[in-house]
Design a protein around this ligand. Structure first.
Ligand code: DC
Length: 206
């Protein structure tokens, strides 16, 4: 069974995907991490994330970079969003994601274009979303919990900008795949969101 989970930043798609993978005993790939690694490697190379050649060269990042804690930062997320607009970067990361989706027994992948580009043949497609306010509030609590000095309105503005870039890019924009089940987590707790997703997969897959 291939499960495709797409949605904007801080919608809860990562948490939901990990929980689905555990529940259904499937391997999980957070595809955003690949774009974050490209963004970070572009920076380490002294390149410019808006420059397609610099970003493409960074697709040859070493695998150990994927374990680097710095990839989880907001800055890394912003750079990932910048490098992800280049078609050559998306193309360079395609085979790795496609192979993960097609492995024996199936997989859970989460990102922006899993149901539309990477695995349009997925057995179940979920589009996880939430209001900007709910997502900003979650990110704020997370960052405060890590002891970071943050402002709610700055986070909300950053999310708006990332949404805008991810939704308006020409190649593989963030959009619900045809037939995807839309799960709005704005008013749901973490455990409610996970339960709703498991329910949706069970119903869709029979
Ligand atoms: O899911 P995330 O916040 O880690 O993703 C970071 C950025 O990477 C996101 O803003 C857009 C890009 N991305 C993408 O274009 N396609 C994906 N499948 C996953 C992420």
């Amino acid at each position: 069974m291939i499960i495709a989970v797409d949605g904007p930043t801080a919608s809860g798609k990562g948490t939901i995907s990990k929980a689905l993978a555990v529940h259904f005993g499937l391997p999980h790939l957070d595809t955003g991490l690949l774009y974050r690694a490209v963004g970070r490697q572009t920076f380490l190379n002294g390149g410019e994330p808006d420059n397609a050649d610099d970003a493409l060269a960074a697709c040859a990042f070493p695998d150990k970079l994927l374990a680097d804690a710095s990839l989880r930062s907001e800055v890394a997320g912003g750079m990932a969003s910048q490098v992800s607009v280049h078609p050559a970067v998306r193309n360079a990361l395609f085979d790795r994601q496609r192979a993960f989706a097609l492995q024996d027994g199936g997989a859970v992948l989460d990102g922006r274009d899993i149901g539309t580009v990477i695995a349009p043949d997925a057995d179940v497609k979920l589009f996880v979303t939430a209001s900007i306010e709910a997502r900003a509030q979650r990110r704020f609590a997370e960052m405060q919990g890590r002891g970071e000095d943050v402002q709610l309105d700055v986070i909300a503005e950053d999310l708006r900008q990332r949404d805008e870039r991810d939704r308006s890019r020409a190649e593989a924009p963030l959009v619900a795949a045809p037939g995807a089940l839309v799960l709005d987590t704005s008013a749901l707790s973490k455990s409610e969101a996970i339960a709703a997703a498991i329910d949706a997969v069970e119903q869709a897959y029979g």
